[in-house]
Design a binder for this molecule. Structure first.
Ligand code: TMP
Ligand code: ASP
Length: 253
């Protein structure tokens, strides 16, 4: 049988040629990295959970009219997505201070932002994804002013959706990162949400206890990452079957 073509291998996902033109297969690996891959591990079951969770969030976005790359889930670790040209930016939205903004501005983690803050990092691992102002983005041609206006609007819609979904299951959305893709329809370009939305790219805190349920568990050695992601999936009702870390069913008398 012919082996399908691998197009790109990233730190947490691999992209293969899709079955039809304009499609790709996105495979979720179990690899976890942090601090620009200085810290690495393999977390059994992470890829399966992120495949399901990204499917869940992208499907919800489609339902409220936010365009994104997701077409359908193919199996435990793979989903069919629309091929797009990735804008070389990490688009970060912050509702509460944490991580790099806390360090940069000396803000205690958990401090509410005066309003959701959207910021951009230039996607380049060799440079450590540096924070960049809009001026750089436009001057270097990574995106136009019109693109940026559209990207901010998309990011804020994703923020409202994700904040609401998380609030519904007792989780506070502290911040998240998305990536944006360009697709061409005739002479027109459209921007869509791409890559993934999962606890790898969000900060999620339990509303009551403040417990971290995201990749900070791995970055900061706070316990089992698989357990944290399983908890998010369980609360959202998207626990896949056959995940080694899924809690065993309890018999209710
Ligand atoms: P930061 O506080 O480290 O700048 O991260 C902000 C958000 O972006 C946080 O939810 C984690 C996410 N993120 C990624 O998804 N990938 C990255 O490479 C980095 C640095 C952050
Ligand atoms: N994604 C980046 C890395 O793999 C950084 C992070 O998420 O902390 O190194």
């Amino acid at each position: 049988m012919a082996r399908r073509k691998k197009l790109y291998e990233g730190k947490a996902k691999t992209l293969y040629e899709g079955p039809e033109p304009g499609t790709l297969v996105q495979y979720f690996k179990d690899d976890a990295t942090a601090f620009n891959a200085e810290k690495k591990d393999v977390i059994e079951g992470k890829g399966v959970l992120n495949n399901r969770l990204s499917e869940y969030f992208m499907t919800g976005l489609t339902q409220i009219g936010v365009p994104n790359h997701f077409i359908k889930r193919l199996n435990m670790r793979e989903q069919l997505i629309r091929a797009c040209e990735i804008v070389p930016l990490e688009v970060i939205v912050r509702n509460f201070a944490a991580g790099s903004i806390s360090k940069r501005l000396g803000l205690e983690e958990g401090t509410p932002m005066p309003r959701p803050i959207v910021e951009f990092s230039y996607k380049d691992d060799s440079l450590g994804d540096p924070l960049v102002p809009e001026e750089y983005i436009i001057a270097f041609g990574w995106a136009t002013q019109q693109d940026l206006d559209d990207i901010v609007a998309l990011a804020l819609r994703v923020n409202d959706y994700m904040s609401g979904v998380m609030y519904g299951v007792g989780i506070k959305l502290i911040d998240f990162k998305i990536e944006i893709g360009r697709v061409y329809e005739g002479d027109f370009q459209r921007l869509i949400v791409a890559d993934e939305i999962s606890p790898d790219s969000c900060r999620l805190w339990d509303m009551e206890s403040g417990q971290k349920l995201d990749k900070d568990v791995f970055r900061r050695d706070l316990g089992s990452l698989a357990d944290a992601y399983t908890e998010v999936a369980r609360r959202l009702g998207v626990l896949p079957t056959n995940v080694t870390h899924a809690p065993k069913p309890t018999l209710i008398n």
